[in-house]
Design a protein around this ligand. Structure first.
Ligand SMILES: Cc1cc2nc3c(=O)[nH]c(=O)nc-3n(C[C@H](O)[C@H](O)[C@H](O)COP(=O)(O)OP(=O)(O)OC[C@H]3O[C@@H](n4cnc5c(N)ncnc54)[C@H](O)[C@@H]3O)c2cc1C
Length: 405
């Protein structure tokens, strides 16, 4: 594998670097204070519009829908340069990373023309309405119903953990349209207008104080048949398009997440009862473990990039990457905070300790979102190692005959 830029890639990187330096402004440095949600939304929309005007949005998307028609390597180079800054991008990661690729793959031409260009410009925000109170890992057990009525469908049910539903204009919703079919076979996906009558979004308050997730209730919400994604009953196949993009989107280490270098800095400053922390064998061993994990993650990501640069889709290594990233982040942050004793509780904004606290809290969510550790281990066991499959006793049973627990 050759990880160096080709001459053309190096030229594109230099152009992006210069554009970032001229346009990222205050985002070239960490924010002095955390942004509130409203401020974050305004900043995200402004940054997306600026990127769009400069031709840096939808880099791999066809020009016909507002993209740039360039290669995945161009997108990766742009992402690498953008991730050196502190620009706000998270508002669009679900919409542009997962929902819009699903709309583009399974929507009809009118739907694609109506929704994709506006989403790329950042004018409309999207959310992913999959998980329900009794269906997360076992997504095929969802109960939200859609019933056909003329050329419309009527949706009733409840979703949960819907990130940014409260700030979204549209969502993709997976529903059960045939309860008599086995659970994976009776599903259908739709585009839903989050402002339509009958859609109620209720925020969930997190222990961190912020509210990123929501419960979403659907009561007789009407959706046109033209807004169906894929065939009736093919919702599982359509969901897999979204999930494949989700694993690509959440598989890597979040930008600016602390790694072994931060642990080394903390260890160099801490004095333990036995002397400087850096001189303790157990501390040095943890630093070495952290370095090995960080390098492994970097090389696994390079492997995915290498596949993309050859026009291939990355394989199950993305599942391996997410399992290792999330656990390594959590373990390393916990160790560094423990080592800092009292100083680990309080932190100056922007300090290493604050970054470690954020990393510790956020990594717990990362171990669940986009497939829990256990589910990803099942995928690795079955699809990478060829081990016997998980028990799936209800796979062929009609959904309405499966007993609820
Ligand atoms: C940060 C974050 C953002 C999210 N955003 C969204 C969103 O925008 N839209 C959306 O639809 N959902 C979202 N989710 C929900 C997420 O998809 C689910 O939380 C996840 O799929 C797990 O489902 P669950 O919470 O119902 O847990 P469960 O599936 O009930 O799992 C509970 C526990 O059982 C384990 N378990 C379950 N099945 C098995 C098995 N077969 N073998 C071994 N262990 C098993 C799990 O690993 C877990 O430890 C988000 C979650 C997080 C944390």
């Amino acid at each position: 594998m050759d990880f160096n830029d080709t001459p053309q890639e190096a030229e594109f990187r230099a152009t992006v670097k210069a554009w970032m330096a001229a346009n990222a402004g205050e985002y070239l440095h960490p924010p002095k204070e955390p942004w509130g949600l409203e401020d974050f939304v305004v900043r995200s929309k402004a940054w997306q519009a600026k990127k769009h005007a400069a031709g840096y949005v939808g880099i791999t998307w066809p020009k016909a829908v507002g993209g740039q028609g360039l290669s995945p390597m161009h997108q990766i180079i742009f992402n690498q340069e953008e991730s050196r800054t502190y620009v706000p991008t998270g508002l669009y990661s679900i919409g542009l990373g997962m929902c819009i690729p699903t709309v583009f793959t399974h929507g009809n031409p009118d739907v694609i023309a109506r929704y994709v260009p506006k989403a790329l410009k950042g004018e409309e925000v999207w959310c992913q309405l999959f998980s329900e109170p009794v269906a997360g890992s076992d997504l095929a057990s969802i109960r939200t119903k859609a019933v056909k009525d003329g050329d419309e469908w009527v949706i009733n049910g409840q979703k949960v953990w819907t990130s940014f539903a409260h700030k979204s204009d549209f969502g993709i919703v997976v529903t059960r349209t045939n309860p008599e079919a086995p659970k994976h076979k009776g599903l259908t996906m739709f585009i839903v207008d989050m402002k339509a009558p009958g859609v109620e979004v209720r925020g969930i308050r997190q222990m961190s104080g912020s509210s990123d997730f929501n419960e979403v209730f659907f009561t007789d919400v009407r959706v046109k048949d033209s807004h169906r994604l894929g065939e009736v009953g093919d919702g599982w196949k359509v969901s897999l398009t979204t999930l494949m993009h989700e694993r690509l989107a959440v598989g890597g280490k979040p930008r600016h997440a602390p790694g072994y270098a931060t642990l080394m800095k903390v260890a160099a400053e801490v004095e333990t009862e036995r002397g400087p922390a850096m001189e303790q064998a157990d501390v040095r061993r943890r630093i070495a473990d952290s370095y090995i994990a960080d390098e492994g993650i970097k090389l696994t990501q390079m492997r995915a990039l290498s596949a993309l640069s050859k026009g291939q889709m990355p394989g199950p290594e993305q599942s391996i990457s997410k399992v290792v990233v999330a656990k390594t982040m959590q373990d390393m942050a916990a160790f560094a905070l423990d080592l800092s004793e009292g100083a680990g509780f309080a932190a100056e904004p922007g300090s290493d300790i604050e970054k470690l606290q954020q990393s510790y809290l956020w990594s717990a969510g990362l171990r669940i979102a986009g497939g829990t550790d256990e589910i990803l281990r099942n995928i690795i066991a079955e699809r990478v190692l060829g081990l016997p499959g998980d028990l799936r006793g209800d796979k062929d049973t009609p959904f309405n005959e499966i007993k609820a627990l």
